[in-house]
Design a protein around this ligand. Structure first.
Ligand code: HDD
Length: 726
């Protein structure tokens, strides 16, 4: 950092040289392993195996500064994990705007399409601790730090556009209810059962977000396949001081996709790092994840034009009412060098804004503006966390804040106050003016109150909109998720209260949820009689919103999808070739999965390399399965319990399955299909080995059908999968 005597923002800094700015800055703090060991004071360490002791069998000596330093440092290697969002993973990248947004905001990074702004993005789960599993049912954090030329801007959002509560004063209650119960710290990683649903059922304002949390949004297939949202209304302010309310969206290029619930639970055990690994490997391969930044804007004078309150964080603005304009793109193209230094020490804060972006009076946002700096003080050990390499802005910063724990900057001179005249004899004073961050001068003339606005009262209309907007399969998943979660609640009164509340969203939904829960029929009147319930109903001009469903989202490609090719001795490896080539050309990743590592021998005596085994990479790690031709191979697969389970499980999880030639035997063994017409959706059967299909066109047709089946992501409407034992 180069301290200057100018305040950041008082002048426009030198043009950025693209997204390398941050990398260059980080490089200055990056160290490589060296061929010798030294102490932290630089003294060479002669022996890293033996402490200093009195005689070879005697006690260790206190004098051993090498031992003491090493052990002391080790003893202090851990810092408190984040109180929420403890488990996370991050990546570097850049953001570029498509066109100047100067009409709406003066934010420097939203002006010039030729500028690449460096970013660091951290994804997280909310409830689990640092070492918990990735695929638990939970909200995902989506926090973006833009290192702009005018200072750091943090967009600290989630993958769900609304929040559980309306006022920050309820946040500690919400988190205490959702985290593991305090007496025995169970359950880990999932939302707590009795305590969470107790709280949620007594707080009807949670209903809308609960609908999202029970949907497949809360079990994403990949962090690369989820949306992000700023949640609150923020403000864009342009150079003339005009304000627009703005809601931020991140739209993933690969679409929005979820896991099957059974699959998510199994992955949590088989590969707790599933999302972390997926992100890391995609970036390492060069499949850089991309999102477009979308904005919904409402002019300041139209603040009250919507049937709900813009300041209420439990409400979204349906895209049919205010379209999302896509204004730029985010690309993640570099994995961090060091998890702790970067991913763990990064400190986000919704209050890190730049000129041209401002807050709204959303009472949840207002409370967040306090919480984030405060939490870093205990997490990162003092007020100088902005000096950590990952947190440093790329533009110079300067002020008269001094000292404190872990101060890095050596500020010169005897002047650490303002105004002053002792520095170079000239008077220095920061006293108003139009440069730098200007708060939007909103007029506020109102009594001080501790009261919620009646415009926040309706807790059900948008929950209903969300439910109505889902496809049939997505609705079933929501019902199943409520049933599953509530079945874990030991207190029947809480289950009852919850379904009584749900009856205000949709009576059929509530009835279906209640069926297997051993409670009475949902009673909307009982809910209406409880504290916290308001009868206010907004009128929305739409009944459903296509943007709220996940099905058919994305670019329809199969890029980065994982396909398992099952192999045992005797398969027809030649039959695989054209299909595998077509899959890879379309961007899928193929892995040959067999009973052991090494090779299998094909029917034509060729050796086929095995990438993974049925046990170490089970079907839940894949999006689709291909079973090749070859009579002896198909026979062997049909008699191998692991292979049978692999296909059954993939089928149960509604994944695309393709069999070639005799490979179909495996499906027959499983009782799937029978004659070609009866194969369920997403099951592609090539009756003849592709090598015998006569011409390449026929082979390509099979590949084409399989690719189309994978592109659908999952075939959720596949019937009777509950009967499949896997
Ligand atoms: Fe928060 C972390 C997102 C409400 C208090 N929050 C945190 C992170 C994300 C969010 C993504 C992780 C950042 C990272 O990767 O380091 N939080 C949200 C969203 C909210 C929200 C989208 C509502 C719209 N949060 C919220 C409230 C409060 C907090 C109302 C307190 C009043 N959040 C925190 C925190 C954390 C945090 C305690 C924990 C670690 C951290 O800040 O740095 O201060």
């Amino acid at each position: 950092m180069t301290p200057t005597n100018k305040t950041a923002g008082s002048r426009r800094p030198k043009p950025a040289n693209g997204s390398n700015d941050k990398q260059e800055q980080l490089a200055a703090s990056t160290a490589e392993n060296a061929p010798r060991l030294t102490t932290n004071q630089g003294v060479q360490v002669p022996d890293n195996h033996n402490s200093l002791r009195a005689g070879v069998r005697g006690p260790s000596l206190l004098e051993d500064f090498i031992l003491r330093e090493k052990i002391t440092h080790f003893d202090h290697e851990r810092i408190p994990e984040r109180v929420v969002h403890a488990r996370g993973e991050a990546a570097h990248g850049y953001f570029e705007v498509y066109r100047s947004m100067s009409q709406f905001t003066s934010a420097d990074f939203l002006q010039d399409p030729s500028v690449k702004t460096p970013v660091f993005v951290r994804f997280s789960t909310v409830a689990g601790s640092r070492g918990s599993a990735d695929t638990v049912r939970d909200v995902r954090g989506f926090a973006v730090k833009f290192y702009t030329r005018e200072g750091n801007y943090d967009l600290v959002g989630n993958n769900i556009p609304v929040f559980f509560i309306q006022d920050a004063i309820k946040f500690p209650d919400l988190i205490h209810a959702v985290k593991p119960e305090p007496h025995h710290e169970m359950p880990q990683a999932a939302s707590a059962h009795d305590t969470f649903w107790d709280f949620a059922s007594l707080m009807p304002e949670t209903t809308h977000m609960l609908m999202w949390a029970m949907s497949d949004r809360a079990i994403p297939r990949s962090l690369r396949m989820m949306e992000g949202f700023g949640v609150h209304s923020f403000r864009f302010v342009n150079a003339r001081g005009e304000s627009h309310f703005v809601k931020f969206h991140w739209k993933p290029k690969l679409g929005i996709h979820g896991l099957a619930w059974d699959e998510a639970q199994k992955i949590a055990g088989k590969d707790p790092d599933f999302h972390r690994r997926d992100l890391w490997e995609a970036i390492a391969r060069g499949d850089f994840p991309e999102w477009e930044l979308g904005v919904q804007m409402i002019p300041q004078d139209k603040e009250h034009s919507l049937p709900f309150d813009l300041l209420d964080p439990t409400k979204l603005i349906p895209e049919e009412m205010v379209p999302v304009q896509r204004i730029g793109r985010l690309v993640l193209n570099r994995n961090p060098d060091n998890f702790f230094a970067e991913t763990e020490q990064v400190a986000f804060h919704p209050g890190h804004v730049v000129p041209g972006i401002d807050f709204s009076n959303d009472p949840l946002l207002q409370g967040r503006l306090f919480s984030y700096t405060d939490t870093q003080l205990s997490r990162l050990g003092g007020p100088n966390f902005h000096e950590l390499p990952i947190n440093k802005s790329v533009c110079p910063f300067h002020n008269f804040q001094r000292d404190g724990m872990h101060r890095q900057t050596i500020s010169r001179g005897h002047v650490a106050y303002e105004p002053h005249s002792l520095n170079d004899g000239k008077e220095f004073r920061i006293d108003g003016g139009s440069a730098g961050f200007q708060s939007f001068p909103e007029e506020i003339e109102t009594p001080k109150l501790r009261r919620r606005s009646p415009s926040f009262d309706d807790h059900f209309t948008q929950a209903r909109l969300f439910f109505n907007s889902q496809s049939a399969a997505e609705k079933e998943h929501i019902i199943a998720a409520f049933r599953f979660e509530l079945s874990k609640v030991t207190a029947p009164i809480i289950r009852q209260r919850m379904v009584d509340n749900l009856a205000h969203v949709d009576e059929k939904l509530a009835r279906r949820v209640a069926e297997p829960l051993g409670i009475g029929a949902p009673d909307p009147k009982a809910a209406a009689g409880r504290a916290g319930f308001r009868e206010h109903r907004m009128k929305l001009p739409i009944e459903e919103s296509a943007a709220l469903r996940m099905v058919d989202s994305g670019d329809g490609s199969i890029k980065t999808r994982q396909v398992a090719i099952l192999a045992m001795d005797g398969i027809d490896s030649a039959s695989l070739k054209p299909i595998r080539e077509a899959l890879e050309q379309a961007g899928a990743q193929c892995k040959v999965v067999g009973p052991r590592l090494g090779t299998v021998t094909s029917a034509s005596r060729r050796q086929l390399e095995i990438d993974a085994t049925f046990q170490n990479t089970p079907s839940v790690m894949f999006d689709a399965v291909l079973v090749p031709a070859g009579a002896p191979g198909a026979e062997a697969l049909a008699h191998n319990g692991d292979a049978v389970h692999f296909v059954l499980e993939a089928y149960k999880h509604c994944k695309a399955v393709c069999t070639v030639g005799e490979g179909v035997q495996l499906l027959a063994t499983l009782g799937i299909g029978g004659d070609a017409k009866a194969y369920p959706a997403g099951v592609v059967v090539a009756a003849t080995p592709t090598t015998n299909l006569g011409d390449n066109t026929a082979a390509l047709k099979i590949a084409h059908d399989f690719i189309a089946a994978i592109a659908k992501h999952r075939h959720w409407d596949r019937v009777n999968v509950d009967a499949v034992p896997a």
